[in-house]
Design a binder for this molecule. Structure first.
Ligand code: NAD
Ligand code: UDP
Length: 368
């Protein structure tokens, strides 16, 4: 497949993945904020393959251009290169403080013409979102405010990627969408949890007050290829540690639980939700629940299996216990009844199958 773009490439135009040719009436202009991140780049891939026009914006805090490099130059794809300030004389944009080329921060407003907005821009790993908690809160509030303002102006449908963290350290198990949550608003996770809670509050306020057409996905722990090896979340930490033969670091006693969803299931769910008529929040997650100790053992086993398949040698990691982190939710498992009923969606990937793919991905990238 060849690009029909008029750009002249020195070595000939690049090869692209196979993009569907859509009837122009069905083709949408879709904005993905946080498009260079882990989930965002998989979503961009899927929307591109479906034949839509996709615009990605990202400040590359945790995302990477390499996640989207395979689309650079494709006529349906655009990475915002320069945000034009809406208020050039505001304090944010003095002539000395122009936004850098090649990236857009959602904390600043942006003018675009689009039909749908998937709003993902926000760091998701506790290590990253806690490294600059004020910025995380600004992203939660102003980022969502700017994307909703854009949706209102151009009458685009808006989807917020919220999180299971809005349930905090839950007292209801599994968590249904009607549960209001149990969040410490002054703890180290508050910048993310409360940022997402205010983002949800803003989303439904715009829906009530200005009739913005909104969707809210509450996403549970998701993993897959393109997670950063230094992302800091449990899946990448444990896989990288096991591949290196380092100790597997469990925070606390390993009895906390999480339920792990493979990224392709999440992308299916996000698109199904965006394309549905359902406006209340919907949990998207895989109800398969593991203690962190069970999860560590599973990763060590999968890495050993993978090594055997590749004829690779290496030390088998042992588990080490480190002090528990503050406010760590002790259990988490989605009730996905609503997603099944309103979207006809349920996860198709067993965690173990997704983990096999992810182990292979990390092994490949570590060898490069
Ligand atoms: P990620 O950190 O890989 O991706 C986030 C992307 O947003 C990155 O590319 C980052 O550079 C960009 N970004 C961050 N702040 C920004 C800003 N101010 N302006 C512009 N871009 C910015 O995380 P992810 O796992 O891909 O998560 C994507 C979304 O899904 C996030 O909103 C996250 O809260 C939500 N979510 C993810 C999970 C999960 O397990 N992956 C769970 C619940 C919710
Ligand atoms: N965790 C761990 N070791 C690590 C990273 C995480 O034991 O190296 C634990 C963490 O304390 C939590 C669970 O794994 O109980 C999931 O953590 P993660 O940071 O992946 O996401 P969270 O669901 O807490 O946002």
């Amino acid at each position: 497949r060849r690009s029909n773009s008029s750009v002249i490439y020195p070595g000939g135009p690049p090869e692209f993945p196979p993009v569907k040719k859509l009837n122009p009436l069905n083709k949408k202009r879709i904005l993905v904020s946080g498009g260079a991140g882990f989930v965002g780049s998989h979503l961009v891939d899927r929307l591109m393959l479906m034949g839509h026009d996709v615009i990605a914006i990202d400040n590359y805090f945790t995302g990477s251009k390499t996640n989207l490099a395979h689309w650079f130059g494709h006529p349906n794809f655009e990475m915002i290169r320069l945000a034009i300030p809406l208020q050039p004389f505001s304090t944010t944009y003095s002539s000395l403080q122009l936004p850098p080329l090649n990236r857009h921060d959602v904390v600043d407003p942006i003018m675009l013409e689009v039909d749908q907005i998937y709003h993902l821009a926000c760091p998701a790993s506790p290590v990253h979102y806690q490294s600059n908690p004020v910025k995380t809160l600004k992203t939660g509030f102003f980022g969502t405010y700017n994307m909703l303002g854009l949706a209102k102006r151009v009458k685009a449908r808006f989807l917020l990627t919220s999180t299971s963290e809005v349930y905090g350290d839950p007292e209801e198990h599994p968590q249904t969408e009607s549960y209001w949550g149990h969040v410490n608003c002054i703890g180290p996770r508050a910048c993310y949890d409360e940022g997402k809670r205010v983002a949800e509050a803003l989303t439904y306020s715009y829906a009530r007050q200005d009739n913005v057409d909104v969707r809210v996905a509450r996403i549970f722990n998701t993993f897959g290829p393109r997670m950063n090896w230094n992302d800091g979340r449990v899946v990448s930490n444990f896989i990288v540690q096991a591949l290196k033969g380092d100790d597997i670091t469990i925070y606390g006693d390993g009895s906390a639980t999480r339920s792990f969803q493979y990224v392709h299931d999440l992308v299916d769910g996000l698109i199904a939700l965006m394309d549905s008529d359902f406006t209340d929040p919907v949990n998207l997650g895989n109800p398969e629940e593991y203690t962190i100790k069970q999860f560590a053992d599973m990763i060590v086993e999968l890495v050993n299996e993978h090594r055997q398949r590749c004829g690779d040698s290496g030390n088998t990691s042992k588990v080490t216990y480190l002090p528990a982190v503050a406010d760590d939710p002790q259990k988490r498992k989605p009730d996905t009844t609503r997603a099944k009923e309103v979207l006809g969606w349920s996860p198709q990937w067993a965690a173990v199958d997704g983990l096999r793919e992810t182990v292979a991905y990390f092994h490949r990238t570590m060898q490069q």
